[in-house]
Design a protein around this ligand. Structure first.
Ligand code: SF4
Length: 349
């Protein structure tokens, strides 16, 4: 059954009119659902009979199955059932100056990156646009429960949860459209980041469809031999093709791309790899995020040591590249990058 967030504003109005409601009810409900992130129970200006019908025919479609917290409550990983059947994880992260939600775009993932827990489970199904957007609406409500040390107001949306967003492109594109809708949530394009492991057609389409949305590319290796091993889709879209697509995206959008790099001990953390990455990142004017590998049971590699990371950073900086070492927040509850699905039972219910 589709969730109410799968409907456009016109479709919602049409549905209500077909139930004998006046047309203005569509606008009223749209505002409540998207602008105020209200649940049906909270809609005191809607009659109990209509609320009941909405809940049964057009459900909000988000059911919380489990929740774990870390970082004194500032990181919250939630196991959600969407649309009555798709079980995924969504992570809410409160920082001193911002609140970010990391949303899933698929149940599992077919890309097969060995070090990633989601990749280890394979692909079960795609999420709909409404199911993706519903995670953000839900997160907006939940942000109010974060500790006082955070702004308690959702500011950023990153497509870095379970799944490869470009492999479920249309629903991801439509979810972004809904989130940015000026009559709804009005999330600023610059506060949305879509991440990819390097699916070139998706990068091109995103640049055309949403030119103000940010792009993050998980590179993890700077030559085809190693990248074929770590990130199997590289066999389809080798590095030269990927670099050309990111360069075209940059040209089209005038935005700075981000390169994500999991630091894996003895695998991709050598000065030689840094030396190969530096000119690529420099040509793309990309910002590089280094993420110490998050351990997963299905993969024996370890995160790089601090001295190794420091040396890698030095090589990149000497090549004129901006680089950040990302914190490993959420690791204790398996909410860190590449760890989604751990500690929970998964599958479509
Ligand atoms: S790293 Fe991303 S693309 Fe690769 S398997 Fe994991 S979720 Fe899929």
């Amino acid at each position: 059954m589709p969730t109410v967030y799968d409907l456009t504003r016109d479709q919602l109005t049409d549905r209500l009119v077909s139930w004998g409601e006046p047309a203005f009810r569509g606008k009223q409900l749209w505002t409540q659902l998207w602008k105020r992130a209200a649940t049906y129970d909270q809609m005191s200006d809607v009659s109990p009979t209509l609320r009941e019908r909405l809940a049964s025919d057009l459900p909000l479609g988000v059911e919380v199955l489990d929740e774990r917290t870390a970082d004194k409550g500032a990181t919250r990983k939630s196991l959600l059932r969407l649309g009555g059947k798709h079980v995924i994880e969504t992570v809410l992260m409160g920082y001193r100056d911002r609140v970010t939600v990391c949303v899933s775009s698929q149940v599992g993932c077919a890309m097969g990156c060995g070090f990633c827990a989601t990749g280890q489970m394979g692909l079960e199904s795609n999420l709909t646009a409404g199911e993706i957007a519903a995670q953000v609406v839900w997160a907006r409500r939940e942000a109010a429960r974060l500790p006082e040390s955070t702004p308690r107001r959702l500011s950023n949306v990153v497509f870095m949860g379970m799944g490869e967003p470009m492999a479920n492109y249309r629903p991801v594109r439509d979810a972004v459209t809904r989130l940015m809708d000026p009559t709804g949530m009005r999330v600023g394009a610059r506060h949305i980041t879509v991440s990819t492991v390097g699916l070139v057609p998706g990068i091109r389409r995103l640049g055309n469809d949403h030119p103000r949305v940010s792009l993050a590319v998980s590179l993890h290796a700077a030559d085809d031999e190693l990248r074929n091993e770590l990130v199997p889709p590289n066999r389809m879209h080798p590095l030269a093709e990927l670099e050309a697509a990111i360069a075209a995206w940059r040209e089209r959008t005038r935005r700075r791309p981000t390169i994500e790099w999991a630091m894996i001990d003895g695998v991709n953390d050598s000065d030689e790899q840094a030396g190969k990455l530096a000119p690529i990142a420099y040509r793309l004017r990309a910002h590089v995020n280094l993420i110490p590998l998050n351990p997963t049971p299905g993969w024996s590699d370890r995160p790089s040591s601090t001295p190794r990371i420091e040396s890698f950073v030095r090589v990149l900086e000497a090549g004129g590249v901006n680089v950040t070492v990302r914190d490993t927040r959420g690791r204790r509850i398996d909410a860190a990058c590449g760890q989604l699905r751990l500690g929970h039972e998964f599958g479509s219910a």
